[in-house]
Design a protein around this ligand. Structure first.
Ligand code: TYM
Length: 351
């Protein structure tokens, strides 16, 4: 498609917030349940590292949650849960904008414009759409189909370049780049093409403890470690993880469920522990009971302080409301600056 004849040349550098000279980062987590280790290692850990160097927008994707969780009885509780865990993990509301997706009204406007650039066929082919449609055949709503378009609106609203996410969001980011490129081509060069981000490494997929699939907010809860799990529950879940009798000959490849346990040890950052059990595996004298005990203690070491801090913050609703309002104010300002460029470039601003 050719740019329409009324295309205005937009000076992208005119965006006031970019005067900070920092690259823009945006990401979010749905409040569909409580946060787990997949959310932590796939997303939050990167948020924490990025908050000092980048201009960051981190939100709670409450609109997205309506596509799969139309019953909103638990929504408020879950939103407070997520924001308290964001803060307990160390996100600093003085440095980053923390807000709810629904507080940024410009999201719906950009979502509409982007919907005109997205095609039914490509949306129907999205893996997450096909998975969710299988899980909820009675509720294949239009917003489920256009889920990646709303996600693109969240990102492009701030003209973000980097999007810290886990492996499962890779396809959505590819679609976001396509939608951004189509907009730029059709109207004017407004948007950077955003990329999924994980500090110098492959995107992370945190496996579930039962050796099948990934940790998830609502599926296989006994095989998922939640940030709010007690020490005892963490031990219990890890000790139940599937193992076997160990390798019988040097060079035996690790089965998936064993590889997963090693991956979890690696994620805790306990390199000495990882190296010890790697060596034990190679020498065929690994004791999985010991490995799981050690893994549980490493997990508790970093999860317990987050849980305790989140519990302490969670009841201070006045503070949480202030944090979300401050973040929404900053995010709306950034969104409105982008939307002025968007409206102008589409030609929807008549006077
Ligand atoms: P959600 O809520 O499913 O997941 C939030 C973040 O956690 C990551 N994640 C994982 N990473 C590794 N291993 C796992 N087992 C695991 N489970 C979850 C996800 O990759 C994600 O980074 N569509 C998004 C929410 C969203 C968003 C956005 C993200 C809405 N708008 C804009 C980025 C930018 C989602 O469903 O996340």
């Amino acid at each position: 498609m050719k740019p329409h004849s009324g295309t205005t040349v937009i000076n992208v550098s005119s965006r006031p917030m970019e005067k900070s000279g920092k690259q823009i980062v945006m990401s979010g987590i749905r409040p569909t349940g409580i946060l787990h280790l997949g959310n932590y290692f796939g997303a939050l850990k990167n948020y924490l590292r990025m908050q000092d160097e980048y201009e960051c927008y981190f939100m709670i994707a409450d609109l997205h949650s309506l596509t799969t969780h139309p019953d909103t009885n638990e929504l408020r509780k879950n939103v407070l849960h997520v924001i308290s865990e964001y803060l307990a993990c160390g996100l600093d509301p003085e440095k980053v904008a923390l807000y709810c997706q629904s507080s940024i009204y410009q999201t719906s406007e950009l979502y509409f414009y982007l919907n005109t650039l997205a095609y039914k066929g490509e949306l129907e082919k999205t893996t997450t759409f096909k998975d969710k449609a299988r899980l909820q055949p009675q509720n294949i709503n239009a917003a489920l189909l256009t889920y990646p378009v709303l996600m693109t609106a969240d990102i492009l609203l701030h003209r973000a370049l980097y999007v810290p996410v886990g492996k499962d969001q890779e396809q959505h980011l590819e679609m976001a780049r396509n939608f951004a490129a189509r907009f730029n081509h059709r109207y004017a060069e407004v948007f950077p093409e955003p990329v999924a981000f994980n500090f110098g490494q492959e995107l992370v997929k945190v496996p579930s403890l039962d050796g099948t699939g990934k940790m998830s907010k609502s599926e296989n809860q006994n095989a998922t470690l939640y940030l709010s799990d007690s020490d005892e529950l963490i031990r219990k879940k890890i000790m139940k993880a599937k193992t076997d009798e160990g390798p019988k000959a040097p060079g035996t490849p690790k089965p998936d469920y064993i590889e997963n346990l090693f991956q979890l040890v690696r994620l805790t950052g306990a390199e000495d522990v990882y190296n010890k059990f790697e060596a034990d595996y190679s020498n065929c004298n690994i004791r999985y009971g010991d490995m799981k005990k050690q893994l549980a203690e490493e997990m508790i070491r970093f999860m317990a302080p987050i849980r305790e801090k989140a519990e302490a913050i969670r009841n201070d609703e006045k503070y949480l409301a202030e944090v979300l309002e401050k973040g929404a104010f900053k995010a709306r300002r950034s969104a409105e600056a982008t939307m002025q460029l968007v409206r102008q470039s589409i030609g929807i601003k008549y006077f």
